[in-house]
Design a protein around this ligand. Structure first.
Ligand code: FEO
Length: 169
């Protein structure tokens, strides 16, 4: 069954938002590399991959529904960060915005009575709960260890242990 044009448009916007997230995190990965925190940089690089997988999940969904995929431009990310905790505060703000856009998209899918869209978006709703919790935990840990000194290097090594994302993640 074809999707309502308004819903397709909203999916296009969400694909853009996921690619924008990926690009933002890739910029953060570069910032961490330049600030001698390679473990955090690796973590962000995996986050870039994960966001790309999110975008592709929506991309494939539209295609499987017989709809066209229209890719939109993504903007250059900011690199004006001050400390590791400042980077993650920005991640938190960004993820809160993504949560809102996923929730709005789900509400639209409900309004349009589009059941397959609702099901694919339920996965994203759960994912956002996990992402926000994960980012909060990192912020709390960063506040404990501080921005310099030996503890941040220990945490940097722990951040490097994050496994590579998979399509189901
Ligand atoms: Fe795809 Fe981090 O939201």
């Amino acid at each position: 069954m074809p999707m309502k044009p308004k819903l397709v448009e909203a999916f296009h916007a969400q694909i853009q938002a996921e690619f924008q997230s990926a690009y933002t995190y890739l910029g953060m990965a570069a910032w961490f590399m330049e600030n001698n925190l390679p473990g955090f940089a690796q973590w962000m690089r995996f986050q870039w991959e994960e966001e790309t997988l999110h975008a592709m999940k929506l991309y494939d969904f539209l295609h499987n529904r017989g709809e066209q995929v229209a890719l939109r431009a993504v903007a250059a990310p900011s690199k004006k960060y001050t400390t590791a905790v400042n980077v993650f505060e920005n991640v938190r703000k960004h993820e809160q915005m993504i949560t809102k856009s996923i929730n709005d998209l789900y509400e639209l899918a409900l309004k349009e009575k589009d059941l397959p869209s609702q099901i694919v978006l339920q996965w994203f709703i759960n994912e956002q709960v996990e992402e926000e919790a994960q980012v909060m935990e990192i912020i709390e840990r960063l506040k404990l260890v501080g921005s310099d000194g030996p503890s941040i290097y220990l945490m940097d090594r722990q951040m490097a242990e994050r496994p590579a994302p998979t399509a189901g993640a």
